[in-house]
Design a protein around this ligand. Structure first.
Ligand code: DQA
Length: 147
């Protein structure tokens, strides 16, 4: 089985970017923890970060061709703006969990709306980097159930 983890713009700066909001864990830390957890279950966990909307869309489209079973995505600021990325996920029909490090509902009003949440299997926000691990745990359970 394969799980794809997608990270939107500015998440390459994780660890140094507004650490009081996003924490000190780097994207490399997140990736290696998720990869190791997946590996323990014989599941390949692949990560992709881009600051470019079109590259994220291309990666989602490629995921369908590659037979990716599950997507975990933090669309970052595209959460609040991108109909195109939402449409890409709908097009490939791969189940996905939406993750945010911060509690977007406790922040500025423009962060309260997501173009993804109504399509997501579930949404996790405010738990920091742990949210990715919680999402992965759920995805692994679901893949196990699907056999
Ligand atoms: C974020 C929340 C978004 O509002 C913001 O634009 C981000 C990160 C989060 O993980 O908390 O870049 O998705």
């Amino acid at each position: 089985a394969r799980i794809l983890v997608l990270h939107g713009p500015n998440l390459n700066l994780l660890g140094t970017r507004e650490p009081e909001i996003y924490g000190r864990t780097t994207l490399a830390d997140v990736h290696s923890a998720m990869e190791a957890r997946g590996h323990a279950d014989g599941v390949q966990v692949e990560s992709f970060q881009s600051n470019h909307e079109g590259q994220l869309i291309d990666r989602v489209q490629a995921a369908a061709a590659e037979g990716v079973d599950f997507i975990i995505i933090n669309p970052a600021a595209y959460t609040h703006t991108s109909v195109a990325l939402r449409d890409a996920l709908a097009a490939v029909a791969i189940p996905f969990i939406e993750v945010h490090l911060s509690n977007v509902h406790a922040r500025e009003g423009f962060r309260h709306h997501s173009y993804f949440s109504d399509r997501a299997v579930g949404v996790i926000c405010g738990l920091g980097a742990y949210g990715y691990m919680a999402a992965l745990e759920y995805a692994l359970t679901r893949l196990r159930e699907m056999g």
